[in-house]
Write a protein that binds this ligand. Sequence first.
Ligand SMILES: [Zn+2]
Length: 337
Amino acid sequence: MYTAMDERFIRQTILPQLGPQGQHRLGEARVLVAGCGALGTHTAEALLRAGVRRLLLVDRDVVEVHNLHRVALLTPADLGRPKAEAAAEALLRIDPEAEVIPYTAHLGPALAEKLVPRVDLVVDGLDNLETRYLVNDACVKHGLPWIYTAVLATYGMTMAIVPGLGPCLRCLFPTPPAPGTLPTCAESGILGPVPQALAAIQAATAIQVLTRSPDLRPGELLHLDLWTHRTERVTVARAVGCPTCGERRFEFLAQGSGTSVLCGDTIQVLPRHRGPLDLAHLAARLAPLGEVRLERGLLVAQIGKVALTVFPDGRALVKGVRDPERAQALYDQYLSR
Ligand SMILES: [Zn+2]
């Protein structure tokens, strides 16, 4: 137990639900924060302040001005910076002795297989269901708890998933929806305090998981509308024949995906061949086509109506097109090597 920190957590350790032993367990735990948008940053800050001092942060995106009305930790000074790095720096200002490791990368099958077995819990800061299915696959495969949390407009929902003790995400949503059929916060909007409220519930649930609280209710789906103040609780049962937690077929871990539509009018394109990209060389090649600049280690290009952000690992965010195939075509046209 880190006695030097006892004073910091004294108001929490006197809670009978935690006590010194619960606080000690928080200090020993390692948590993966999947996504560093509003949900992820608020959850990460709440967990760190509560004494969870080992955090892995994953996010593939950079900070944009329309994120700022709802995120924690990030400020206008971070615009254009990778979200995971900016959030990690802010967390280390709150607790300089914490271990916070940022990964600016797409959370795909390889990274999920690498990071999930290293942690005690995964919390949800994601903006798409596809990656949530992947996290679900990885957590069920490795027998690790995770918390599903999603927000849209004025409401959100959350559920603790503990493999072996309750349903998984695929018991709740058996069939993945077709790409582009679910509303996103770019179309439906998002009320600023909504991710903060759901992140608070997610962080409290995370504390229950990490302290092995008997009060944890795996498989209880909580729906909260922050505008009407209505809450609903539904007990989700394990689905007979669930491909993930029943048959242990991990389809999302097995597949690689070229493009994915992010929250907003942004499409991510992954490189077909792994390996670092010479951004300076690419900038010189694209310069005659439009406005091209190298900024904070990224290449940012505006070519006609299309905006491209290219990462050193060859990943690109394409803005200004709605069709993933068109985004892939533009990627091939501008970035193929
Ligand atoms: Zn299941």
